[in-house]
Design a protein around this ligand. Structure first.
Ligand code: SF4
Length: 276
């Protein structure tokens, strides 16, 4: 029986046995299941600033877990080795109980640990794992952090938000065409940001790709819209370096970075530069 995945706006309609576009979810006997559940490709204790989150428990460390799969196809992906992978990825299996136990043990000895950040690939294609872990982490008094592209449908987002403490959400462009080129949808990502602000700590990241989203007008519109939600919402403006399928252009010029940071600062109190 065909089944429609409810997690992201692609709404993949999958034949029995078929994998979704994200390569992490599959129709198994008529139900879309999270095939990357508990399958971790990376696990590291990172500074929270590396997520990047600058205004959420600064100076702390957080256990950072990644799996495989993504529901966007950004040609400049910095983590394409795992985000573009599918079931063939080399992984280690950790149940939510095992991941929580690891996070708890790390939190009880120096240098400490805040909880778990779901990051590296797009965590929300592994929605059920993130949700199960988040519930256990909260029971133990630990934090749940998401580093996400924000391409999630409203219903699953609303069900998850009460168990999320902080998010860094990518806003990869501020135009419909910019998102279409990445296989995404601007309005969905704006909706995720708008719904999450005020419900958990939110910071936003925009990678500036020369020739794609580097105009001052686009940044002016983006920062103005973010400020309409909360002028204290931190924005990370990140520098592009050639990677994956986008090796045809130079890194973002420092002059462009500085100009866009100044533009954003006309609207927002906390604007940070990344990868500089
Ligand atoms: S999460 Fe994956 S399977 Fe589900 S709709 Fe999105 S791309 Fe398709």
């Amino acid at each position: 029986m065909k089944a429609v995945c409810p997690i992201c706006p692609h709404r993949c309609a999958l034949e029995p046995g078929q994998l979704g576009l994200c390569r992490a979810r599959r129709n198994v006997h008529g139900a879309v299941t999270c095939e990357n559940y508990g399958r971790l490709t990376s696990l590291a204790l990172d500074p929270i600033e590396k997520k990047p989150l600058r205004r959420f428990h600064p100076g702390s460390l957080i256990l950072s877990a990644g799996s495989y799969g993504c529901n966007l196809r950004c040609p400049f992906c910095q983590n394409y080795e795992i985000s573009m992978e599918g079931p063939e990825a080399e992984t280690v299996f950790l149940t939510p109980e095992e991941l929580t136990a690891k996070a708890l043990a790390l939190s009880q000895a120096p240098p400490g640990n805040l909880g778990v950040a779901f990051t590296y690939n797009e965590p929300l294609v592994g929605y059920e794992y993130v949700k199960d872990c988040a519930a256990l982490l909260h029971q133990k008094g630990l934090k749940t952090v998401l580093v996400t592209n924000g391409m999630i449908c409203l219903e699953p987002l609303e069900a998850l938000l009460p168990q999320v403490d902080a998010m860094n959400i990518d806003l990869k462009a501020f135009s419909r065409d910019g998102y279409r080129r990445l296989g995404g949808d601007l309005e969905t990502v704006k909706g995720t940001i708008a719904r999450s602000v005020g419900r958990c700590h939110v910071e936003v990241t925009t990678l500036i790709v020369p020739g794609e989203n580097d105009s001052e007008d686009e940044m002016d519109a983006e920062a103005g819209w973010l400020a309409s939600l909360d002028p204290e919402l931190p924005l990370h403006i990140s520098r592009f370096f050639p990677r994956f399928q986008m090796t045809d252009r130079e890194p973002t010029p420092t002059k462009t970075m500085n100009a866009l940071i100044q533009t954003a600062r006309q609207h927002l109190r906390y604007v940070y530069s990344g990868n500089c």
